[in-house]
Write a protein that binds this ligand. Sequence first.
Ligand code: HDE
Length: 680
Amino acid sequence: MDQNQKKNSKDEQLDKYRVDDSQHLMTTNQGLKVSEDEFSLKAGERGPTLMEDFHFREKMTHFDHERIPERIVHARGFAAHGEFEVYESMKPYTKAKFLQDPETKTPVFVRFSTVAGSKGSGELARDARGFATKFYTDEGNYDLVGNNIPVFFIQDAMKFPDLIHAVKPEPHNEIPQAASAHDTFWDFVANNQETAHMVMWTMSDRAIPRSYRMMEGFGVHTFRFINEEGEAHFVKFHWKPKLGIHSVVWDEAQKINGKDPDFHRADLYESIESGNYPEYELGVQIISTEDEFKFDFDILDPTKLWPEEEIPVKIIGKMTLNRNVDNVFAETEQVAFHPGHVVPGIDFTNDPLLQGRLFSYTDTQLIRLGGPNFHELPINRPVCPFANNQRDGYGRHTINVGQVSYHKNSLANNAPAPASPQEGGFAHYEEKVDGHKIKKRSESFKDHFSQATLFWNSMSDAEKKHIIEAFSFELGKLTNQNIQKQVIEMFTNVSHDLVHEIAQHIGMTPPSRGESHHSKSSPALSQENTIKTAHSRKVAILLDKNFNGKEVEGLIKKWENQGVIGEVIAESLGIYKSDDGVEIDVAHTFLTTDSVLFDAVYIASSGVENHSFQLKASYFVKEAFAHFKPIGATELGGTLLTDLDMSDSDGVVLENNIDLFISQFTKAIAKHRFWGRDVN
Ligand code: HDE
């Protein structure tokens, strides 16, 4: 943590649980000092180990039990601590205390994750990302357990186990890991057509984010805000990253999974360690109760978004992630999120997906965290006091004192007594409900394609190309032609142009032209329209013995001031000295890093006298070029770009004047990618 940063209430609470083992002599778990930790107790130096060795037994037993079940979904994740502040009071809409006063700083813990892969899987899988936030408020924990995609695959929680069985590795051979490109997933899609909208998102750039710091978050469901007067509004939650929304390309994603499967966690961890704190603004879309039926979609349907142009996103606060965890197991692995963890002022709707989640999350913690006392684990404890008559169970930490553990009672003056709403007690919103008990999809949930088309219509040409390529990759991996055919037929309902191209890629006859369902578009859905900044981007500086020391040193300094990270890559580690006497520290060799791990490349040496450097640098640059990244050089490095015939290409900056070069190249880095480049 930054030395100047004040500790918040959660940090202070966690402090009590932090132990620095290096400050102590070694003991057993009973506190007995241990004199020997390398050799077990034996009957003679070459004799058998004895049962009597309680220290050996304790050490081994603990080790044998070190793993807990991984999350059935979202197993692969990474988290950080931070703070949330509201910009202006949300009093007209909600009585939630943490949304009243801009002076209030609420501690938060955020866990990002992929969905389908196992705990050790690559982080660049094509997948939705989890974006779960725990607000430690003075009224209890509030969890906003969202994703980076605003809609979901299915409309009813009943189908969740089916969806997940279909996307997980196939049971007969456990292949493929962390991938949806296989028969069972697409069989599920074709037979459950409410998936159409979300599948458009998971086939888009959104499913391969550049960084957890560069993706949006969405609460997905429609929730309710309740104000002091008991008045309700429908609300959808959004997180908007201050660095904008950016993605990698698919070829790059697959290679990153091999070169650095921890790419996203390392990016988050390093950003926080270096003080580049990730920030996200909280936005809300609000619909009044009277307007519930005013839209061409059902606002309770989780496969529908609320177009931002129709229902604007009001930005109401900011979250800053400013501290890494001390211990991944204790914090990230043991954190237990639950959409049912709410505070007064935030309530549910009848979205059948949300209703089902309200059951599932506690249930899953019982098996994952081994009993009903997971709320007592340090990371899960509220910062406000909690008291009730629940007792006992595995791993109980609290020593409840006193004779009474029931309500109502007279022996303890009926304590602990429920709080009235005026005293801060949570009272469920009294929605009037009237209906037959029925197992059925609502008629108003039956349009599966309009918004899938809305999404498609909103994409730029480059984004459309990526979606076509993603479908072609995924369907191209299927072994069953019938499933391919069904999927092609299904997505004819979204866009004829889309399926026409996919069909050609996978060698099928394109279907005849269908009707377009929707002509609307929503510019807010395209990543082209996002914030663009070079801040915290990583530039690879390719360097050989012959380089202009002043230029390289100056560039690194100037970038540093602008928050751009330049890392030097050369043939060997150590210090490289230029003719003008500048010493440059090499961070990586061509062996230890790779082009796919950087946002841009600056070539500092021509390598004319060094064929080996020239070969490696050329390969590095060609990859960056194929991934549409900015590439730059001045006089020396420019030779390589000319040799590679790239000097006139989109996003390639060749400029001998160093000041002009810096300004042009930094602008190019901010632009992220250059789709105009012809790489085929
Ligand atoms: Fe989850 N989900 N989910 N989910 N979900 C879990 O809870 C579930 C859904 C989300 O970092 C599990 O503690 C059901 C939508 C995130 O720890 C489990 C349904 C959204 C995380 C579960 C859904 C999410 C989870 C597994 C359909 C976006 C990771 C481990 C009704 C709004 C939280 C756990 C973390 C985790 C159930 C659908 C987000 C099994 C039944 C929609 C971010 O309880």
